[in-house]
Design a protein around this ligand. Structure first.
Ligand SMILES: [Zn+2]
Ligand SMILES: [Zn+2]
Length: 464
C-alpha cells in the first residue's frame, strides 16, 4: 500500500491523503487550507498522477468542515470517474455548504476582495451531488477500483466530532492476508451537548491519527462537566448584572452545540426564560439539517431539536443593534476566531469597553486571530489595549473575557487510548502542529515500542 499526503501534514491545513491499495486509488478527505486562498488552498491533486502514477477511484469525505471537504468539487473535476462517499448527514451539509462557499468566493472576487477566481461555480455543483454516495454507520461498502487487483471494502464509524462525522476503516487483502487501515479523521471520544462520543473499531493494522490537541496539556486536565459549571456561573453573573454575553462560534458544529447547552441552562433556570438568545447567518439552515437527521445519526437526546431553541435574529441596522446590546442578552454568532468583518468582530468592538458585558470564548483561539488577541489582552489585566480590526482602536478591554474548553476534538490522552485499543503496527500522524505530533510520537513510542510511528511529510510517498 502506498500513502501520499496531498495536503500539508505539519499544520492544520487541507486534509487530503491518497492511498494506492493494489491499484485502487482512494482519497481520504478533500479539504481546503483555511489559511490560504485560491489554488494555493487546494491539495496537490496533480501528485496522484505525477508521484504515485495512479488515479482516484473513490474519495471518502469524513465530515463537512471545509478543511476536509472544501476541494471535493475540484477533485471530481480532475478525476471525473471518482465517486465520493460520506454519511447522509454529511451529504446534506455539503449540498448546503458548498453552494454557499461558491457564492461567497464569487462575491469576494467580484468585489475585489481577492484576486483569485472562484475554485468552482454554484452551477457546477448540481451534477456533483449525483456522485455522492451515502452509507450508514458500521455497514460495508465496496471501494474496489476499476484497475484494482484486490477487493477493498470501506466502513464508517461515528467520530463524535460534528454532525455526520466519521472515522473510516478500509479492509483489503495484501499478500494473502487481510489488512485493516483506520483513519480517525477529526475525532472526539467524549460526548458534547448533542453528539455522543466517537465509537471506533477494536483493531487496525495501520492507524492514521489526527493530532490537533497533542500539545495541549490543559485540555486533558479539564472535564466537560467542570467547564459547563464554570460557563454556567460566568453566564449567570453577566445576565444578573444586565450584561450582554457574546459567544463567537463556528457556524458548523460549535453553534448548534452551544445552542443545545444554552437551552439546557434555560430549562434548569440558570438563564431566565425572558433573556433573548440572538443568532445570525446560516445557523438556522444548519439547525434544520441537524433536526432532520436526529433519528438517523447518533444523538444524546433524540427528542432535542436545535430549531426549538428560541432565537431572535441579530438586527442588521446599527441603531437596532445598539438597542439589543443594552442587554441582558446572549449572542451566538460567527466567526469563532472573530475575524473581521464578521458579526462577532463587529459586536465585540461594541462591547469590549463595557464592564457589564462579556466575551465567552468557547473553543481554541488560534494564535494571530482577533479572538486570541482579545484573550491575551484580557489576561494582561483590566483596561489592557486590544486591536480587533484594522483602523479601529486600540480599545481598552473592560468586559469579562473568559475561555471555556468545549472542543470538538479528543484530548491527547484519548488519542493515546485509541492507539492502545486498536494496537496497530503502524501509526501515521496527521492534522496537527509539529509540537503536537512530537508529543504524540514520543508517548506512543514509550507505551508501544513495537509500533512504527511515522509523520508523513507533505508530498512524501510512503510504502507500508
Ligand atoms: Zn473538523
Ligand atoms: Zn479538521
Amino acid at each position: 500500500m502506498k500513502f501520499l499526503a496531498l495536503g500539508d501534514t505539519e499544520e492544520i491545513g487541507a486534509s487530503c491523503h491518497f492511498l494506492d491499495i493494489g491499484g485502487t486509488g482512494i482519497v481520504l478527505d478533500a479539504g481546503t487550507d483555511p489559511r490560504r486562498e485560491g489554488p494555493d488552498s487546494l491539495p496537490r491533486f496533480d501528485w496522484v498522477r505525477e508521484r504515485a502514477q495512479s488515479y482516484v477511484d473513490h474519495a471518502l469525505i469524513t465530515h463537512a468542515h471545509h478543511d476536509h471537504m472544501g476541494s471535493l468539487p475540484v477533485l471530481v473535476e480532475e478525476f471525473p470517474h471518482a465517486m465520493a462517499h460520506m454519511t447522509d448527514a454529511t451529504k446534506q451539509l455539503l449540498d448546503f455548504l458548498l453552494p454557499a462557499s461558491a457564492r461567497l468566493q464569487k462575491k469576494r472576487y467580484e468585489q475585489g476582495e481577492t484576486q483569485h477566481e472562484p475554485l468552482f461555480a454554484e452551477e457546477d455543483l448540481d451534477f456533483l451531488s449525483h456522485v455522492y454516495l451515502s452509507h450508514e454507520l458500521e455497514k460495508d461498502f465496496d471501494l474496489t477500483g476499476i484497475e484494482g487487483s484486490t477487493s477493498v471494502k470501506g466502513r464508517f464509524y461515528s467520530a463524535g466530532h460534528i454532525l455526520g462525522s466519521v472515522g473510516t476503516e478500509l479492509r483489503f487483502e495484501e499478500k494473502g492476508e487481510e489488512r485493516r487501515l483506520f483513519y480517525t479523521s477529526d475525532t472526539n471520544m467524549q460526548p458534547q451537548s448533542i453528539i455522543p462520543g466517537g465509537e471506533y473499531p477494536s483493531t487496525a493494522d495501520v492507524l492514521v491519527l489526527e493530532t490537533t490537541l497533542g500539545a495541549d496539556e490543559e485540555a486533558e486536565q479539564t472535564s466537560r462537566p467542570e467547564e459547563v459549571e464554570k460557563f454556567r456561573k460566568t453566564l449567570g453573573r453577566v445576565i444578573d448584572r444586565g450584561g450582554t454575553a457574546l459567544i463567537p462560534v463556528f457556524v458548523m458544529g460549535r453553534a448548534q452545540e452551544m445552542l443545545a447547552m444554552l437551552q439546557r441552562l434555560k430549562d434548569e433556570g440558570t438563564i431566565p426564560s425572558g433573556v433573548p438568545i440572538y443568532t445570525a447567518g446560516s445557523m438556522r439552515a444548519i439547525a434544520g439539517i441537524y433536526d432532520d437527521t436526529n433519528d438517523t445519526t447518533p444523538r444524546l437526546d433524540e427528542e432535542f431539536k436545535v430549531f426549538d431553541v428560541e432565537q431572535e435574529r441579530v438586527p442588521y441596522e446599527s441603531d437596532a443593534k445598539t438597542e439589543i446590546l443594552e442587554g441582558p442578552g446572549i449572542m451566538v454568532v460567527s466567526s469563532g476566531m472573530m475575524f473581521e468583518p464578521t458579526l462577532s468582530n463587529v459586536l465585540a468592538r461594541r462591547i469590549v469597553e463595557n464592564e457589564e458585558d462579556a466575551v465567552l470564548i468557547v473553543g481554541h483561539a488560534v494564535e494571530g486571530t482577533p479572538a486570541r488577541r482579545l484573550q491575551d489582552a484580557a489576561a494582561d489585566g483590566q483596561g489592557s489595549p486590544v486591536m480587533l480590526a484594522e483602523g479601529h482602536g486600540p480599545q481598552p478591554v473592560y468586559c469579562t473575557v473568559e475561555r471555556f474548553r468545549f472542543s470538538g476534538h479528543s484530548h491527547r490522552r484519548d488519542l493515546l487510548a485509541i492507539v492502545d485499543d486498536l494496537s496497530p503496527e503502524t501509526v501515521l500522524l496527521v492534522h496537527g502542529e509539529p509540537e503536537a505530533q512530537a508529543w504524540m510520537r514520543e508517548n506512543i513510542e514509550q507505551r508501544h515500542p513495537e509500533i512504527d510511528v511515522r509523520r508523513p511529510d507533505w508530498g512524501e510517498m510512503i510504502e507500508i
